[in-house]
Structure formats: structure tokens, C-alpha cells
Design a protein around this ligand. Structure first.
Ligand code: ATP
Length: 794
């Protein structure tokens, strides 16, 4: 800026030079032009430019008077030069008057011109003064301006130096920013690359996500279809079972009818044999009759012959008599003589007649007998024929029945085979479904309101969503007007019966027989219904809990599996963990307090390589029937209640663990399975603040909380797939290690009380259960192997 000003000539000097160099005529022109622009001049007269209406040709300017009146006539340089160079026109005849006129005119114009010059000069002087003034003022202004300029320059210098400084700092800043910009560009580039990579990875992740979503959808569809298949299979199994039971009933009926038929057959055979005997006897009788008939015939014949003879004799006698009569007649006289002879003859004749009569009678009676015998024979023959007929009918019926029985037996065998296959498929589907669902499942059960709950008049704190996706799986808890929704694998409302609950877990229990480790535990605050769910009231059929029902099912199934060649051996043990101390509930002489201290029993928990758990010194009882198990459960309940009266008022202060070990061998396939069923009634989960416990009770609550929080730590460590799972933090978790460690099928019941005063505890329980429900702890494995030749199940 400064340099530019320095290079520029001072304005005042340039004005001065312009004024100095200017020709008056040029100046006039400039002034004229200025005058036009500026307006009236300082003299107050109006100047007009050359060639306007006021302009007069100097040659025709008129007289001096006119010239006096028109002093404003302006001359151009050319006009002035033309006026000065003007020469009088040469005339042929000198006319002085004209010459004078011409000269006067010329003088006039010269005067006008001079006057114009004078005027111009005046104007010029005036103008000069004006200019001088304006120059002075301009100079003054200039000095002022210069001063100002100097000041300004100083200011500007200051500003410039400031600006320089600023500039330097800005430069610095700029360079910094440039470097930052470069860095930023680099960063941007790397970020752009990273973004591109991220976008790529996002794209690939999106793809993966889509794929995963598709997979999830497919898995869901598969799960749905598996569910459907499972349902259909269950229905099919049900129908098969129904069909089977129908078949069994048919079989039974057939067996019954077979028995009946066999009985009938036996009676028929007996009848037949008696008939045969009868027939034989009849035949014998017949042969006898025939022989007697023959005899009679021969007798008859002999009699006939005899009769004939007698008739001949009679004829002879008659002839004789006739002769004799003629002789009588002839010898009437000789009649008297021969009276005696005649009388004799008559007597003889009478005798003979009588004999003949009796013979005839005998003959007719024999004929009658023969006729009767013949009737009897024909009746016997008829009977025989009938018997033969019914025997052949019975035989064909028997053969038909035999064929039907064979057919039924074949069908039964086929159905049994199908049943086995269906059962196999069911198991596989059940296991697949469990694997798809993740192995830890959570069922929620809400108990009914009890009279002791007190606040029954308050608004209900539990409701069940009715939307299709949450139906039977959702539960909403209302606390202080806030609704907390939860979803589990299954939610049972207060109306669910013990049987409803058991139906849902029966498949899981069944898999213990298939060689899985199964763990079912009940979690919830005190009085929420854990014991009712697990144990129920074993004495009342309808109110039996999961433990007795599971054991009944296991024994029934193990018996029905015998038909498929399975032979099972079962061992039961029951313990409770109280204040981190193990107690044997099946020990016959169970000491009441400090058991291990008194008996010296250690009850140390050990796991072998196969994931089987052993508690040293714990009573393990071989069980082979539900009656034995029932008595063990009674014994355990007794032990618990004894402990309760001596140690603590409520069973809820300890965890109860029932374990059933199942070893199975299939004689036909040489397959071996090792299953475990753990059924656990946990101690009540209560917050210390709510329990209001002190002293021993506080110790108990702390121990319970420790073991329950250890349980949750273990579950969450497993869910997060952490390297270290803190199983050893409590006896409960260490005992259940193989069951929790992903190798087993685990189901948790979260028991909830509908009592409005327990809503806080219920919320805690449901939150814990929801976290557990979101865990996938691994894949359950079936413990199965082929039997070694020498390890037969005794
Ligand atoms: N589903 C149910 N139907 C009827 N009564 C029930 C039900 N659930 C629980 N009860 C009753 O509620 C009461 C408390 O139940 P239960 O003793 O099973 O609770 P709990 O959670 O085991 O308690 P604790 O932790 O103290 O052992 C009992 O009287 C039981 O009979």
C-alpha cells in the first residue's frame, strides 16, 4: 500500500503542471467545458460553448454596439488565427468607404476578439485565483492529507507491523493449520480408507447380518417347522400311542376272544372228544346193536326158521290136527279115546301158539328195538356229522383266529417298531429344539393369592399380555404405575395345575433316561411356591410336584423301555446345603446339628473326567421302584423337618438337591447311557434389606445370597464365554458344575408371588430370570457308549 502511494505523483503538483502548460485557448475550452459542467462562473455570466445559438460568425458579428451587447462571443483558436491572418480583399477600384467599412468591421471583430481575450484573461485571472485558492486549499488539504497520510502511514505501519505480526502468526498458524490440514488430510485419507474399509466391513457385516437374519429367519422357520413337526410328531405319537393302546386293547380283546375261542375250542374239543367218546360208545353200541341186531336177525332168522319150523310144525300140527280133526271127525268115536291126546295136542298147540306168540312178540320187540337202535344210530350219525361239521368250522375259525392273531402280532410288532422310531425321532427333535433354543430355559410360575397375602384388595400387580407372540410366554409386572414386561420360554399363571407344569417338562425328564444330564431348579423369593412346584404335596395325587411326578415317569418309562431291551439301574441321593455346609438327607442316623463335625464326615465334592459328581460319604441308595423312591422322599422330608425345628424355622433357608443317577444298558444293541437328573429347590432369594435379618438369620441370608449370587455369576460367566467360571465360589455352584457347564439341559423355574407387597422382590426375581433366559450356556451332550464285554449291568 505504502509503495503504491509513494509511486503515485502528488496530486497538487500534477494540478499545477496542468495549469502551467495550458494554452489560454485550450484553457478556455476546458473552462468552457467546466463551465458547462459547473454552471455559472464566478463572474456570474453564463458561458456558452462555441457553435451555440449565441455564437456569431466574426465576419457577420454586426456593429460595435451589438458587439458591446454581445461580449460573450467566444473565439476558437482557428477563428483568432483566421482573424489575425485576415487581409483586406484587393479591389479593382479602390472604394475607401467599403475599405473603411471593412477595416471598421475588422477592427470591431478585433476589438471583440481582444475583449474576449481580456474577458478570457479576466476569467483566467479569476480562474487562476480560484485555482490558486483551490491549489492552496488543495495544498493545505494535501499537507493535511499528507499529515493524515503520515499519521495514517504510521497507523498503517503500526497496523502493517501488527498485520505483519498477525501475518507471521497467521503464517505460523497457517503453516500449523496447513500441517494440521495435511495431518487432517492424512487422517481424512486414513479415515476415508478406514471409512471405506468400515463401509466394506459394514457392507459385509450387513450382508452377514442379512445372512444371519436370513439364517435366523431360516432357523426360526426351521424351529417353527421343527416345532410343527414336533407337534405333529407328538400328535402322531399320540395317535400312535392311541392307536397302539387301541391295538393293545384290540390285542387284549383278540387275546380275550382267542382265550374265549380257545376255551370254546377246548370245550368243543372236550365236547368233541366226549361226542367222539359218545360216538365211539354209540358206535360200539351200534356195533353191539349191530351184532345184537345181527344176533337178533340171526335169532330172528332162527326164530323165523323156528317159526317156520313151528309153522311147518304148526301146519303139520294143523295138518295133523286137520288130519286128526278129520280123524276126529272120522274118528269121532275115537275122540274120546284120543281126547287126552287131543287135549295134549291142544295144550301143546297152545304152548306152541303161546311160544309162537311170545316169539312173535320178542321178534316185534326186537324189531322195535332195532328200529329204535336204527333211529339212535341215524341220530348219532347225524350228531357225528354235526360234530364233524362244527369241528371243521371250529378248526377253520381257529385257523382264522390264529391268522388274525398273527396279523395283529405282526402289526403290533410293526407299530412297536414305529413307536420306537417315533420315540427316537421325538428324542432327536426334542434335542434339536433344545439346541436351537439354547440349553438354559426359563419357565415362570405365578402362584395363586393366598389368604395370608393380606393385600388382596389392592389392584393386581401381575397381568399377562394377550398378543399372539407373547401368549403363554409373557408376563407384565406393575410397580408404582410402571409396567415391566418380561418374556420367558413359558409362563404359567396362577391357575396352572401341577399336571400342566409337568406336561411341559416331561420331555426334559425323559431325556435323563436317554443319557443326558438334566438340571431343574426353582428360584424365587420365600413363599413364592418353589417347594410347591418341586415337591408339592406328595400325599395328594393332584398336588404332587415335579420331583414325585418325574420319578414316576422315569420308572414307568424305564419299564416300558425294557421291551426294547433296555435295563436301567438307578441311584438316588439327597442333600441340602445350609450355610455352605452339606447335609445328607438320606443318612439314617442323621445328626441334628453340625453333622459333619460330629460324624467326621467330610462331604467333599469331586468331579471325575466324565463330568460325574461324587460327594464323599453321601448316602447313595439303589432304587428300583417308585415305592422305594417315595419312602426316600418321605425320609428326606422328615430329615429336613427335623433339621428345621432344630436349626432353622423354614426349609427355605437351605438349598435342597435331589439327584438321580441313571445307568442304562441295551441288551440288544449293547448301547450304554449315563443320565443324571438333578432337581433342586433353592433357598428363598431375599434381599438383606427386606429380610430384616439379624444374628444367625443374617448369617443365613448372607450365605444364601452368596450362593445365589455365585449361581448368577456362574451363569453369566458361562453366557459371556469367559475363560474363568467361578464354580468354586459356593458349594451349590461347585456341586452343579457339570450341569451348569453347558454339558447338561438346564431349566430354571422362576416362582413369583402375586402379593402386591412382594412386587419389589418379584421384579428382582424376574429381572434375574430374564438375564438367565438370555444366556446360551452351550450344547448338551448325551452320555452314551457301547458296552464293554465285561461291564454288564448287574
Ligand atoms: N401353585 C400353587 N397353588 C396353590 N398353593 C400354592 C401354589 N404355590 C404355592 N402355594 C402355597 O404357597 C405357600 C408357599 O409356597 P412354598 O412353601 O412352596 O414356597 P417356597 O417358595 O418354597 O417358600 P420357601 O422358600 O419359604 O420354602 C404354601 O402354602 C403353598 O402351599
Amino acid at each position: 500500500m505504502a509503495s503504491r502511494d509513494q509511486n503515485r505523483p502528488p496530486r497538487s503538483t500534477s494540478i499545477r503542471r496542468e495549469v502551467r502548460d495550458e494554452n489560454p485557448l485550450d484553457k478556455r475550452r476546458r473552462i468552457g467545458a467546466q463551465g458547462k459542467a459547473v454552471g455559472p462562473t464566478s463572474s456570474g455570466r453564463t458561458r456558452q460553448p462555441l457553435g451555440t445559438a449565441n455564437r456569431q460568425d466574426p465576419s457577420t458579428a454586426g456593429d460595435a454596439g451589438n458587439a458591446e451587447e454581445c461580449p460573450t462571443h467566444e473565439f476558437t483558436k482557428e477563428e483568432v488565427e483566421a482573424l489575425l491572418n485576415e487581409k483586406p480583399k484587393p479591389q479593382k477600384q479602390p472604394d475607401f468607404k467599403a475599405k473603411l467599412q471593412q477595416s471598421a468591421d475588422y477592427i470591431k471583430r478585433l476589438k471583440l476578439c481582444v475583449k474576449w481575450f481580456q474577458q478570457c484573461d479576466e476569467n483566467h485571472v479569476l480562474e487562476k485565483e480560484n485555482l490558486k485558492n483551490s491549489l492552496e486549499s488543495a495544498e493545505k488539504k494535501c499537507t493535511d492529507t499528507e499529515l493524515e497520510k503520515k499519521n495514517k502511514e504510521e497507523e498503517l505501519n503500526a497496523v502493517i507491523s501488527e498485520l505483519r505480526e498477525n501475518n507471521a502468526s497467521l503464517q505460523e498458524k497457517l503453516s500449523k493449520e496447513v500441517s494440521e490440514k495435511l495431518d487432517a488430510i492424512d487422517r481424512h485419507k486414513s479415515e476415508a480408507e478406514a471409512r471405506v474399509n468400515a463401509e466394506k466391513s459394514v457392507a459385509s457385516l450387513t450382508e452377514e447380518l442379512e445372512k444371519a437374519q436370513k439364517d435366523i429367519v431360516a432357523a426360526n422357520e426351521r424351529a417353527d417347522s421343527l416345532d410343527n413337526t414336533h407337534k405333529r410328531l407328538q400328535e402322531y405319537i399320540l395317535s400312535l400311542q392311541q392307536y397302539n393302546s387301541k391295538l393293545i386293547a384290540d390285542h387284549e380283546a383278540a387275546r380275550e376272544s382267542l382265550k374265549r375261542v380257545e376255551k370254546e375250542k377246548l370245550t368243543i374239543v372236550e365236547n368233541l372228544s366226549t361226542l367222539r367218546g359218545h360216538c365211539n360208545s354209540l358206535q360200539e353200541q351200534l356195533t353191539l346193536s349191530r351184532t345184537s341186531q345181527d344176533e337178533a336177525i340171526t335169532q330172528k332168522e332162527t326164530l323165523i326158521n323156528e317159526v317156520k319150523c313151528l309153522r311147518g310144525e304148526l301146519q303139520q300140527v294143523r295138518d295133523d290136527r286137520d288130519r286128526q280133526v278129520s280123524q276126529v271127525h272120522a274118528l269121532s268115536d275115537q275122540m274120546v279115546k284120543f281126547k287126552e291126546t287131543a287135549g295134549k295136542s291142544f295144550a301143546e298147540l297152545d304152548n306152541l301158539t303161546m311160544k309162537s306168540k311170545s316169539l312173535e312178540e320178542k321178534c316185534s320187540s326186537q324189531r322195535e328195538q332195532i328200529r329204535i337202535l336204527e333211529i339212535q344210530i341215524s341220530a348219532a350219525n347225524e350228531k357225528l356229522k354235526m360234530a364233524d361239521l362244527s369241528a371243521s368250522e371250529t378248526r377253520t375259525e381257529y385257523l382264522e383266529q390264529k391268522r388274525i392273531i398273527q396279523e395283529l402280532q405282526d402289526r403290533l410288532a410293526e407299530m412297536e417298531q414305529k413307536l420306537i422310531e417315533g420315540e427316537d425321532l421325538r428324542k432327536r427333535l426334542h434335542n434339536t429344539i433344545l439346541e436351537l433354543k439354547g440349553n438354559i430355559r426359563v419357565f415362570c410360575r405365578v402362584r395363586p393369592l393366598l389368604p395370608d397375602d393380606g393385600a388382596a384388595t389392592e389392584a393386581p400387580v401381575i397381568s399377562y399380555p394377550t398378543s399372539v407372540e407373547s401368549l403363554g410366554r409373557g408376563i407384565d409386572l406393575i410397580q408404582s404405575g410402571n409396567k415391566y414386561p418380561f418374556t420367558f420360554d413359558k409362563v404359567f399363571d396362577h391357575e396352572a395345575s401341577q399336571q400342566d407344569i409337568f406336561v411341559e417338562i416331561s420331555q426334559l425328564v425323559q431325556s435323563a433316561l436317554d443319557g443326558y444330564k438334566v438340571c431343574i431348579f426353582a428360584y424365587g423369593q420365600t413363599g413364592s411356591g418353589k417347594t410347591y412346584t418341586m415337591m408339592g404335596r406328595p400325599e395328594a395325587q393332584e398336588e404332587k410336584g415335579l420331583i414325585p411326578r418325574s420319578l414316576e415317569q422315569i420308572f414307568q418309562s424305564s419299564q416300558s423301555l425294557q421291551a426294547q431291551g433296555w435295563k436301567y439301574k438307578m441311584q438316588a441321593s439327597m442333600l441340602e446345603i445350609y450355610n455352605e455346609t452339606i447335609r445328607d438327607l438320606l443318612s439314617i442316623n442323621r445328626p441334628i446339628a453340625s453333622e459333619s463335625a460330629v460324624s467326621g464326615k467330610q462331604y467333599t465334592i469331586k468331579h471325575d473326567a466324565n463330568g460325574n459328581t461324587h460327594v464323599s460319604d453321601l448316602t447313595v441308595v439303589d432304587v428300583s421302584s417308585i415305592a422305594e423312591i417315595s419312602s426316600l422322599l418321605r425320609q428326606a422330608a422328615q430329615s429336613r423337618s427335623v433339621g428345621r425345628t432344630h436349626m432353622n424355622e423354614q426349609s427355605s433357608r437351605s438349598h435342597m438337591v435331589f439327584t438321580l443317577r441313571i445307568s442304562g444298558v441295551n441288551e440288544a444293541t449293547e448301547q450304554q447311557v449315563q443320565g443324571v437328573l438333578n432337581l433342586i429347590d433353592l433357598a428363598g432369594s431375599e434381599r438383606l434389606s427386606r429380610s430384616g435379618a439379624t444374628g444367625d438369620r443374617l448369617k443365613e441370608t448372607q450365605a444364601i445370597n452368596k450362593s445365589l449370587s455365585s449361581l448368577s455369576d456362574v451363569i453369566f460367566a458361562l453366557a459371556k464365554k469367559e475363560e474363568h467360571v467361578p464354580y468354586r465360589n459356593s458349594k451349590l455352584t461347585y456341586l452343579l458344575q457339570p450341569c451348569l457347564g453347558g454339558d447338561s439341559k438346564t431349566l430354571m423355574f422362576v416362582n413369583v408371588s402375586p402379593d402386591p407387597t412382594s412386587v419389589g422382590e418379584s421384579l428382582c426375581s424376574l429381572r434375574f430370570a430374564a438375564r438367565v433366559n438370555s444366556c446360551e450356556i452351550g450344547t448338551a451332550h448325551r452320555q452314551t457308549s457301547l458296552r464293554l464285554a465285561d461291564s454288564r449291568l448287574s
